[in-house]
Design a protein around this ligand. Structure first.
Ligand code: ASP
Length: 358
């Protein structure tokens, strides 16, 4: 781990975990073409050095590079390592809060993962974890990363009386719960917060805060973090015009353990998939339905009655439903081993049925 700036090891600090992303990206020709770049090029301690002079006095920082990737390449193993690092830091009395710099492509998956595996621990340890990223590489004119990083640091170190502990995300001067963050635009600077509940950093409105508290009250037990190599295999299949049964059938000979169907409209899927999906479920493959529309909840037995065992995703988008199903399948396996079985549907419901902040 490295410290920015250096200070005695036993000093309370904010821990900044670097995962890479555009915030750590470099463009070869930033003036002419800032959108042609490589993500995950700059070390997290360099990102902190660049904003050092603007860091509010009294905030001590320690940084740790967990990965330096383009987040479109995020793997289960990254999530395991991140989750374990976050849990360790939350339990460390010297760590007062955490910031994670992350690519925005899959920040949605990470937000849900951290809420489901570390959300309760953050509350009991009364600390905040703040995810942030950027839409422009670090050397682009007007790069948004430095301000996002500063906002995240400010948010992480804010007095606990002003904002409950928990897992948040900060982008483009606004904040939301990390599980609500989703990239909804390919290029806009506020892409990860479009259509998301948000309010200006430092100016939390009270109704928003009560929504956060409702989520915190409902989330009273974290799910286990699957060890590297033990994540259930779950695929997202998108239903579309002209869908073929083969798209589902080809999976039936694999070890896949779950499907998230990104369905049309209410989360329905092409009739051509009905018989093969029935076969999949009979084989023990878990099935979750969600909508590919990008907004709105997917409800049980709408538009048709669901097959027994199939679960509607509620408000979870396909990427979030996929992580939720992986965690639910893994948690169900653990309770089976412990002799007090709960189903994957029980665990999935804990996540999907959380109050929505809207
Ligand atoms: N492809 C980049 C990533 O997710 C995009 C970004 O960070 O904004 O790592």
């Amino acid at each position: 781990m490295s410290s920015i700036p250096s200070f005695p090891e036993n000093t309370p600090h904010i821990l900044v975990l670097g995962m890479g992303g555009t915030i750590a990206g470099l463009a070869p020709n930033p003036e002419e073409n800032p959108l042609q770049y490589q993500a995950g090029q700059v070390a997290v301690d360099s990102l902190l050095s660049q904003v050092q002079s603007a860091i509010p006095q009294g905030i001590k920082l320690v940084s740790h590079q967990l990965a330096n990737i383009n987040s479109r390449n995020l793997m289960d193993s990254h999530l395991t390592e991140m989750g374990l690092a976050v849990r360790e830091a939350l339990a460390d009395p010297l760590v007062k809060g955490l910031v994670i710099t992350h690519g925005t492509d899959t920040i949605e998956e990470t937000g849900l993962f951290l809420q489901a595996t570390c959300g309760n621990l953050a509350q009991t340890c009364t600390k905040r974890v703040i995810l942030t990223g950027a839409m422009l590489p670090s050397n682009a004119p007007g790069a948004d990363g430095p301000q996002n990083l500063l906002d995240a640091l400010r948010w992480a170190s804010m007095a606990i009386e002003n904002c409950p502990a928990g897992i948040y995300a900060v982008m483009d001067g606004r904040v939301c719960m990390a599980m609500d963050l989703a990239k909804r635009h390919a290029t806009a600077l506020n892409a990860p917060l479009q259509n998301s509940p948000s309010s200006p950093v430092g100016l939390i409105n009270l109704s928003w805060l009560s929504g956060v508290k409702a989520v915190q009250a409902a989330w009273n037990a974290d799910l286990p973090i699957p060890p590297v190599g033990e994540w259930p295999w779950v695929e997202v299949l998108t239903s579309h015009a002209g869908a073929r049964p083969e798209t589902v059938i080809q999976w039936l000979a694999s070890n896949v353990q779950g499907f998230v169907i990104a369905g049309s409209g209410h989360g329905g899927f092409h009739d051509a998939w009905a018989a093969p999906l029935e076969r999949a479920m009979a084989q023990g493959i878990a099935l979750v339905r969600t909508t590919r529309t990008g907004a709105g909840a997917t409800l049980a037995n709408i538009p048709e009655v669901d097959a027994v065992g199939c679960r509607a995703s509620g408000p979870l988008t396909a990427p979030r439903a996929r992580i939720a199903l992986q965690l639910a399948l893994y948690a169900a396996k653990q309770t089976n081993l412990a002799g007090k079985p709960l189903t994957w549907q029980d665990f999935f419901a804990r996540i999907a049925d959380l109050p929505e902040i809207r």
